[in-house]
Design a protein around this ligand. Structure first.
Ligand SMILES: Nc1ncnc2c1ncn2[C@@H]1O[C@H](COP(=O)(O)OP(=O)(O)OP(=O)(O)O)[C@@H](O)[C@H]1O
Ligand SMILES: [Mg+2]
Length: 391
């Protein structure tokens, strides 16, 4: 492979800002795939795929549609103005087929027309779960998978309730339709509401952050596809920064490879990666950069905003990524070399939970059980990148 060919391939192998669409670039997630396949094979079962922002939900949904070849799959992205009606109009519009009609007269020409299922609900003022079923029931020999991604965007509470009703009645009637709901949420209730009747027919599949082994697979297989190499310490550093988010793994691999190729090299070492870290900060999303700069903003030289945030990024955290004031204080004293007490940082922590300081932290629990965590989970890797860059 020439340098030029590698440059052309790079955007496909490492795609920090777009979900995976092709199998050959999809890594790990064996357990989640197994569970989704189970749902698809089980009559009357549907799936809800949920997890933090950026863990790989859309990629998983894309690969599901690719793998499940015995179903006609349609993927819709929900937005904030969508209603049950607008979503199903779009979804049914995507199901297209051709019909043939014969003209009149001797040896008439056969005309084929492209029609969509959406035509069957056009003009209706309202669409209800029953209407969706009626339309799809006309194709008993076909099987459909409808994926609704970014379901958390939907503001209309009626839409969620109608989805719940639809799923419930689809399961009771065990039809030819599968539904998969995908979105950001800590649990299913965040996403679709509290419907106990859904418990048995809606399989909850949580997408956790990726494990270091899975992220390592993204790196090593990606480098193999690029026919390039990367040193072990560089791999380790990328894993540390990623904190389970594949976005950062893709971002750092992409930039460091670009840097290597610029100097006609096919090996990534510390130099290429360090430069990549700086570039990654420059290109991080505006929202992260904005709230970080609000958080560290200060008119005095020895302000402690920055070390407090750094302490939050490096201190011990529990499985939910939350930490206590004690955890933060220990790190804060290590970073600053001081011997501060809790009261010295409580003001900072309180303000960092507010808009004026970029809403960088979120407070959970009350009284003695107060814990903190990063409001946007991607902030932690971002702070780590900045710390490295400061050094
Ligand atoms: N299994 C995977 N293998 C390789 N790369 C992945 C995998 N899953 C996700 N990625 C990469 O991680 C990044 C985030 O993935 P994706 O957009 O699918 O996440 P998401 O959970 O849908 O994000 P959001 O919450 O913003 O919708 C993308 O760059 C994608 O290419
Ligand atoms: Mg997504």
């Amino acid at each position: 492979m020439t340098i030029e060919e590698r440059k052309n391939l790079l955007g496909k192998v490492f795609s920090p800002t777009s979900p995976i669409k092709e199998e050959s670039f999809f890594r790990g997630r064996i357990e989640q795939i197994r569970r989704i396949v189970d749902v698809m094979n089980e009559d009357g079962q549907h799936a809800i795929l949920f997890g933090e922002r950026g863990v790989g939900k859309t990629s998983m949904a894309n690969i599901t549609c690719k793998r499940i070849t015995n179903l006609y799959s349609v993927k819709i992205i929900c937005n904030s103005t969508d209603t049950f009606k607008s979503l199903w109009e779009r979804a049914l519009d995507e199901v297209q087929f051709t019909t043939t009609t014969k003209g009149i007269g001797f040896s008439p020409a056969v005309k084929s027309n492209l029609v969509s299922l959406g035509d069957r609900v056009k003009g209706k003022t309202e669409i209800n779960p029953h209407d969706v079923q009626l339309v799809l029931r006309q194709f008993p020999n076909d099987k459909f998978l409808f994926v609704f991604d970014e379901f958390d965007n939907i503001k209309d509470q009626h839409a969620r309730a109608k989805f719940a009703d639809l799923i419930k009645s689809l399961s009771d009637a065990s039809t030819n339709i599968k539904i998969m709901i995908v979105g950001i949420g800590e649990n299913v209730i965040n996403l679709i509401g509290n419907h106990q009747s859904l418990e048995r027919c809606l399989m909850q599949i949580r997408m956790p952050r990726m494990s270091d082994d899975e992220l390592k697979e993204i790196i090593t297989k990606g480098f193999q596809q690029m026919e390039m190499t990367i040193t072990n310490p560089a791999i380790q550093k990328i894993l540390n920064f990623s904190s389970g988010f594949p976005h950062y793994t893709h971002l750092l691999c992409k930039y460091s490879i670009k840097n290597a190729l610029e100097s006609n090299s096919i090996q990534v070492k510390a130099d290429e990666l360090n430069l990549a870290i700086r570039q990654a900060i420059e290109n991080s999303t505006e929202q992260l950069r904005d709230s970080y700069s609000k958080a560290i903003m200060s008119s005095t030289q020895n302000s402690q905003w920055k070390p407090v945030i750094q302490a939050c990024a490096t201190c011990d955290a529990d499985e939910f990524d939350s930490f206590t004031t004690t955890d933060i204080l220990k790190e804060f004293n290590r970073i600053t070399g001081k011997d501060s007490i809790r009261e010295n940082i409580t003001h900072n922590l309180g303000k960092l939970c507010q808009d004026v300081r970029g809403l960088i932290l979120e407070k959970i629990g009350t009284g003695r059980n107060i814990r903190y965590r990063f409001y946007n989970p991607m902030m932690k890797p971002f702070v780590l990148l900045n710390m490295e860059n400061d050094e």
